[in-house]
Ligand binder design. Structure first.
Ligand code: FMN
Length: 214
């Protein structure tokens, strides 16, 4: 059984995709992970528009401020939300909740995809009006993001991340005199983590091979 924590460490934004489609059962798993996310009042106000048509993907790449590389990813999922019910229930707070709900769905999808050997990129840079027009998305629907999925064609170098103690406070804001976690213990853990990451990669490779035969 692969640990979620290890899959989270494997996730990195991918900008180079192989020309290879994603099998329907894999896409189904990714969408299923999205719909299982938590949401305020369980309103599940997210809506997903899957774009697999090649011409449309190229058009979407243009609408994403000419980020042409995204067209190569075989699946684009345009993440939308219908905010009406959330606003009716929660008023102004509903606007925040709607964003949080969709972000939770996105992250679920990305992590599920990583576990299935599928890489992804979260795209926030796009022209709303162009995306809306080309996909016939109604005016009352918000467009939050476009997540592109596919198989990486090279090893992805990770981005640097802040350490836990740079971003975490205990009991009050900015109690910087306290070192929150035991650093040596974490360093010991990292060797084990490396071994597990290798194991996870092997499992992902095997799963991807099995899925290709479907
Ligand atoms: C809200 C949001 C919008 C983003 N928009 C873009 C984008 O338009 N183009 C892009 O190349 N990456 C985009 N990214 C990806 C970030 O650049 C990336 O997550 C960040 O550099 C950290 O790298 P990592 O995902 O490999 O950890 C976006 C990420 C988020 C969360």
């Amino acid at each position: 059984m692969v640990k979620v924590g290890e899959i989270i460490k494997l996730r990195k934004t991918c900008k180079h995709f192989r020309i290879r489609s994603i099998p329907d059962p894999v896409l189904n798993e990714i969408l299923d992970a999205g719909r299982r996310a938590p949401s305020s009042g369980n309103l599940q106000n997210w809506r997903f528009v899957v774009v697999d048509d090649e011409d449309k993907r190229k058009e979407l790449a243009d609408a994403c401020l000419n980020q042409r590389w995204i067209a190569k990813a075989p699946i684009h999922i345009v993440i939308c939300s219908d905010i009406r019910q959330v606003k009716r229930w929660y008023g102004r707070k509903g606007e925040f909740y709607s964003v949080q709900n969709t972000a939770a769905a996105i992250e679920n999808m990305i992590i599920a995809a990583t576990g299935l050997g599928v890489s992804s990129a979260w795209i926030g840079g796009f022209a709303d009006n162009k995306v809306r027009r080309m996909l016939a998305i109604p005016d009352n629907i918000d467009i939050h993001a476009i997540i592109v999925f596919g198989y990486a064609d090279r090893k992805i170098r990770g981005q640097p991340k802040h350490s836990i103690w740079d971003i975490t406070y205990f009991n009050e804001w900015d109690n910087s005199q306290r070192r929150p976690l035991d650093q040596p213990a974490m360093e010991t853990a990292s060797k084990k983590t490396k071994r597990t990451v290798k194991k996870v990669k092997r499992v992902i490779k095997k799963t991807a091979k099995k899925l290709r035969k479907l």
